[in-house]
Design a protein around this ligand. Structure first.
Ligand code: ATP
Length: 613
């Protein structure tokens, strides 16, 4: 109930925002339109009664001219109402979309985007947002039907109150049945949402260029197609069951309506034969009962449809009104330029209550101006640490401090404005080269000099300059980004993995004002010469900057001020390269293994392939 109230308020707010004048015009049109069918029925009755009574032609002129005028209105007004309704719908859906994605920006962390129920709701919310348009149209149609119905009820009551009562009472079960059906349908849509999202996933794989190589190489087409069709089959089964239920209920209701109308007709004809009703009354009665039944059916369907749309729209309202995913300080402390350093105090973290701990009490300090390298085996929690430093998640226990202030007391946007980062799984945007770098700091989007400097520092300027349109070349083969009719059709290009990595690095370099730099495997895709080159550049860039470097290339981290080895969720070793080599622990072991691999390959490990073990 509360959610329906909120959805109604939200929809009304959207209509209000879409334009009060337009809304008022639509309401006026609705009122006028709703009165037209009853007016036609009454005018027809007057004309028939006058004809039967052989009244002079002069008495027929007014009702006839009125009938013609009303006929014109009946023909023209729906078109005007349709245009106004569509225009209002367009404005409403634009505003709804904007509100939805503004609300999404409140989710400052990553956890919602890793929660299937949230993703299902988000998809329905996006549909609900565009449904705002049909919701508004349905609501106006509902109001029109209700008013028309009121006119017909009054007309039938004038001729036969008993008949009006029968028709109205017959409408009650229809209303209950339709609302129940609408609820069921909304529930079914929610139930099949995960199935439809999986189907979308398979569809995407079948058409995505990223998956195309493996799909072809491994012959995954039929396998993915079967899975896609299987998901479609599951949702179609649910829809079919719903349609069958609809069919049986609707046919029952139609039959009931036909029986009542037939009974009423027999009664009216007998009454006219007995002289209690005039011929005009019979025509009026037939029109009124048909109008009443049609209106009632329209009303019931309209209520059910609007109810169902409101239930779906409630997903939109839920997202728009949901609180931020991470607790935000009511009065956040300013995230000033880093002065003393970043500190992790006994940080415990796991991605969900039912998942194992990733960090089990990590205490680390990254003093201002120093570079800390974090190394460890796959899955040790290095990237998790980097994400916690950006406050994409909060520690489950313990805290992280920026110059002594808990990250939870800072505004996340303020904090992130002070960070620069290259992630292991950096994005490749289907944008131009210029925009691909500018996303690192959008204030530079029109400043090609700044973008070029960042690209030069990342060692990718030459590669970009040689592209057909230089920095304006689209780094995509999926979209046409610009339409310049005078020029040859623009052809996008894709960069190599290492070049993309340098573009990601250029994004970070563009934030040359950043106080704290996080580099998570920034050189993993580079050839040895490029890697050497990038590390020299990064070292130069990192000098007198506070930074966290994560890398499996131990040669690249040996110059860091301090190296932390993560193992079993804790810092197992901490110190400079020489110190850790002397300690002869995991770091020394990994370093020697890597170094020896360059001179002579390490012996292959013996694998126990006994399936019983
Ligand atoms: N979003 C997530 N949800 C659930 N578990 C996750 C998530 N991200 C990582 N993990 C798990 O957390 C653990 C640590 O992952 P993390 O990516 O931090 O390791 P890593 O040290 O960076 O590994 P690598 O060297 O392979 O990059 C892994 O067991 C991983 O499965």
């Amino acid at each position: 109930m509360e959610s329906t109230r909120r959805s109604v308020a939200e929809a009304a707010g959207l209509v209000w925002h879409a334009g009060r004048v337009r809304a008022a015009g639509l309401i006026l049109l609705t009122l006028v339109q709703s009165g037209l069918p009853v007016t036609v029925a009454w005018l027809t009755k007057f004309v028939i009664d006058a004809l039967v009574a052989r009244a002079p032609l002069s008495e027929l002129i007014v009702p006839l001219v009125s009938l013609v005028a009303v006929g014109v209105a009946v023909a023209a007004l729906p078109q005007v109402a349709l245009y106004l309704g569509n225009e209002m719908g367009r404005q409403v859906s634009l505003h709804a979309l904007d509100r939805l994605y503004v609300a999404m920006e409140r989710f400052v962390g990553l956890a919602p985007f890793e929660t299937p129920a949230f993703l299902d709701r988000l998809r329905l919310a996006a549909q609900g947002g565009s449904m705002a348009r049909s919701l508004v149209t349905s609501a106006f149609e509902l109001a029109r039907t209700a008013l028309t119905l009121a006119g017909f009820v009054a007309s039938v009551v004038l001729i036969s109150p008993a008949m009006a009562g029968v028709v109205l009472v017959a409408g009650i079960p229809a209303l209950i049945a339709q609302v129940a059906l609408a609820r069921r349908r909304a529930r079914m849509i929610w139930d099949i949402a995960p199935v439809q999202r999986r189907e979308l996933f398979y569809t995407h794989l079948l058409g995505s260029v990223a998956a195309a190589k493996e799909v072809r190489l491994f012959g995954l087409g039929p396998f993915l197609r079967r899975r896609m069709l299987n998901e479609r089959g599951i949702s179609q089964d649910a829809e079919r069951a719903m349609d069958r239920r609809d069919l049986s209920v609707q046919s029952g209701l139609e039959l009931l309506g036909a029986l009542i109308a037939g009974g009423g007709l027999v009664w009216a004809v007998i009454a006219a034969g007995a002289g209690t009703l005039t011929v005009g009354d019979v025509s009026m009665f037939i029109a009124a009962v048909a109008g009443l039944q049609g209106g009632l059916a329209g009303l019931v369907n309209g209520i059910a449809r609007t109810h169902q749309q409101l239930l779906l729209f409630s997903h939109y309202a839920d997202i728009v009104h949901s609180p931020p995913d991470l607790p935000l300080a009511a009065e956040p402390a300013p995230a000033g330029p880093l002065r003393t350093g970043v500190e992790l105090r006994d940080v415990w973290f796991r991605y969900a209550d039912d998942l194992p701990w990733v960090l089990r009490g990590v205490t680390l300090t990254i003093p201002y101006g120093q570079a800390l390298a974090v190394v460890g085996l796959n899955g040790a929690g290095k990237s998790t640490l980097a994400k916690l430093l950006c406050r994409f998640y909060d520690p489950v226990q313990g805290s992280i401090h920026w110059d002594g202030v808990d990250l939870r007391d800072l505004d996340p946007a303020d904090l992130r404005a002070r960070l620069g980062a290259v992630f292991q799984d950096h994005m490749t945007y289907d944008f131009s080269a210029r925009d691909n770098i500018a996303v690192g700091d959008l204030s530079a989007i029109d400043d090609l000099d700044r973008i070029r400097t960042a690209a030069v520092n990342a060692g990718v300027d030459e590669a970009i300059s040689e592209l057909p349109d230089g920095y304006d070349t689209a780094l995509t083969r999926m979209f046409v980004l610009s339409l310049k009719p005078a020029k040859r059709p623009p052809t996008g290009v894709t960069l190599s993995g290492g070049q993309w990595q340098r573009v990601a690095l250029a994004r970070a370099f563009l934030r040359d004002h950043a106080d704290f730099m996080i580099l998570d495997e920034p050189s993993s895709g580079l050839d040895p010469a490029a890697e050497h080159d990038v590390h020299l550049r990064m070292r130069r860039y990192r000098a007198d900057r506070t930074s966290l470097l994560i890398s499996h290339r131990l040669n690249a981290v040996r110059a860091a001020d301090v190296i932390a080895v993560l193992e079993d969720g804790v810092v197992a070793e901490l110190g400079g390269h020489d110190e850790l080599m002397a300690a002869d622990g995991l770091y020394a072991h990994m370093f020697r293994l890597q170094a020896s691999g360059y001179h002579h390959p390490p012996p292959l490990p013996t694998l126990d392939l006994d399936p019983g073990t």
